[in-house]
Design a binder for this molecule. Structure first.
Ligand code: ADP
Ligand code: ZN
Length: 526
């Protein structure tokens, strides 16, 4: 790396402009760069797309020696190194995808001081061989990317990350910068504790993405709704439509294509060549809609994605935030749109239930899903809810659906009692569809077969549509007043909490049903 500049501020800005081609630093970047370049430890909490990379790349260039970047995302290392090479930074990586000879060549260059940045997978770093290599190399800094991987509570836990405290013990004089987009207090404390970063300065960026408008709508016919949404608000815009399954990705892409959009599928089950081709087209051409599983997006850097649509419920607010965060990176207005229904809740709960994971992990997943459901069902500002989840206080934003079009709530105690008592009367042995048929007094084969037309609750809910009842059942599930038993045909069960409602001791406030509407054309805010 270039030898140390007399004036760090000037040196940093010079590199930013001449090497990376950006006119100025974004909010905290300048302070972080200066702190790390002058040898301090740092913990950087910055949302995805915020610009974490420069926070270690520029200090690595300013300091003597090689900057070591620990990252679990080996799949992205080649791209990162290529991008750096393009602007003339001498970068390389060490991971299991390369040949032994290649690795030997990189190792030699490190020892000879011929590299500025080297990306290393954590399991590789912890090997005796690699630690010896580091001892024989002049080191500029350690950057620990995706630092939340040390957290056993997170969804990305990597056991090797815990061992990274070795770096501090072995190389106490080398500054460390840990970076993550996961900001909740618990994760933060775990990072500090496990990586021995007690002395590090913390840089916490705002997680707000004010140009993104959040909108969550009742799901009726998801793909028709997303088509309407795109046609009304995003004609010829680039966007991403996320679906849970590969099959749904294919079907949705086909449907959108048949309806005049240019939609491309992307999921991990497709062959590599097609996937890369679709990704390249999305990046290069204008107005492409990528229909994808969450396999798509990691490391994708397209500033003018105008919308992200979810046709299925994400597993957590972290996931939702990360995926929607791919919209509007250029700062111009963008939409995060999601259609959500009863089936989503049932499906996500079932996935947790049926997974092979241990009980603790399932419990954590359940808590995360509940938080996500809370966001979907909230009567308050979506942004306030999201930021609160990340430990950041904020006031109503005026740029989300609940701010723009406040939902009304109503005393849903009677409706809830109707549902709960029907569940009780059918011995907690039937799924939502049948329970709703009974409430609405529908004369189905199954009703006849079980003589459910004789129940006292038969037909007491004929005032509401099936969709309305579904929305109510969904809210009761989200509130923990109804449980779903996946072991037996997704039948609905009462919970401890539901008894108080059933007995009239506890009131329930519910969201007023809003009929799925055809999307209306909005004027873009500039
Ligand atoms: P993160 O790692 O936080 O998700 P990146 O480091 O990948 O974010 O940066 C996201 C995007 O923002 C990249 O395209 C990057 O080049 C761009 N970027 C970062 N800092 C600046 C800056 N100061 N000025 C302009 N663009 C920037
Ligand atoms: Zn709002």
């Amino acid at each position: 790396a270039a030898s140390r500049q007399g004036n760090l501020d000037e040196g940093a800005l010079h590199l930013l402009q001449t090497v990376f081609g950006y006119p100025s630093f974004r909010d905290q970047q300048a302070r972080i760069v200066k702190h790390v370049a002058s040898g301090g430890d740092a913990l950087v909490l910055m949302p995805t797309g915020g610009g974490k990379s420069l926070c270690y790349q520029i200090p690595a260039l300013l300091r003597d020696g090689v900057g070591i970047v620990v990252s679990p995302l080996i799949a992205l290392m080649q791209d990162q190194v290529d991008a750096l090479a393009e602007v003339g930074v001498r970068a390389a990586f060490l991971n299991s995808t390369q040949t032994f000879d290649e690795a030997l060549r990189i190792e030699k260059m490190m020892r000879d001081g011929e590299l500025d940045l080297v990306y290393i997978a954590p399991e590789r770093l912890m090997t005796q061989r690699c630690l010896e290599l580091l001892s024989a190399t002049r080191l500029a800094l350690f950057a620990i990317d995706e630092a939340h991987c040390v957290s056993q509570w997170g969804h990305d836990f990597r056991p090797e990350y815990i061992k990274l405290s070795i770096l501090h013990e072995r190389f106490p004089q080398v500054p460390r910068i840990a970076l993550t987009a996961t900001a909740d207090q618990q994760t933060r404390e775990e990072i500090i504790h496990r990586l021995q970063l007690e002395e590090a300065l913390q840089f916490v960026s705002s997680f707000d993405r004010p140009n993104i408008r959040y909108q969550i709508v009742e799901k009726a016919n998801g793909r028709k709704q997303v088509l309407d949404f795109i046609e009304a608000q995003h004609k010829n815009d680039a966007g991403i439509v996320y679906c849970l399954s590969r099959k749904k990705v294919e079907e949705t892409a086909e449907f959108l294509n048949e309806n005049g959009l240019t939609a491309l599928p992307y999921h991990a089950g497709m062959d590599f060549a097609t996937r890369s081709k679709n990704q390249a087209r999305f990046l290069r051409e204008e107005g492409i809609v990528m229909v994808a599983t969450i396999a798509f997006g990691m490391g994708i850097d397209k500033p003018d994605v105008r919308f992200v649509a979810h046709l299925d419920l994400p597993k957590s607010i972290e996931g939702y935030y990360q995926e929607t965060g791919r919209a509007g990176r250029d700062g111009a207005s963008a939409n995060a749109w999601m259609a959500y229904g009863l089936q989503d809740v049932v499906q996500q709960r079932r996935m947790i239930d049926e997974s092979e994971a241990n009980e603790t992990f399932k419990r954590v997943q359940g808590i995360k899903l509940d938080a996500m459901l809370g966001l979907c069902e909230t009567l308050n500002c979506r942004r306030v809810h999201i930021l609160d989840y990340f430990g950041q206080a904020a006031g109503p934003c005026g740029n989300c659906d609940t701010c723009l079009n406040p939902p009304s709530s109503f005393d849903g105690s009677v409706a809830a009692q109707k549902i709960l008592s029907t569940i009780y009367r059918v011995d907690q042995r039937f799924a939502a569809g049948h329970v709703i048929d009974i409430l609405r007094g529908i004369d189905t084969e199954r009703v006849k077969q079980w003589r459910h037309e004789q129940l006292s609750t038969y037909g007491i809910g004929s005032d509401k549509s099936e969709a309305e009842w579904r929305a109510l059942v969904r809210q009761l599930i989200a509130l923990g007043l109804v449980a779903v038993d996946y072991e037996s045909y997704s039948s609905l069960k009462l919970t401890d909490a539901s008894r108080a409602v059933l007995r009239g001791e506890q009131k329930v406030q519910l969201r007023q049903y809003q009929k799925p509407q055809k999307a209306v054309k909005h004027k873009r805010q500039s």
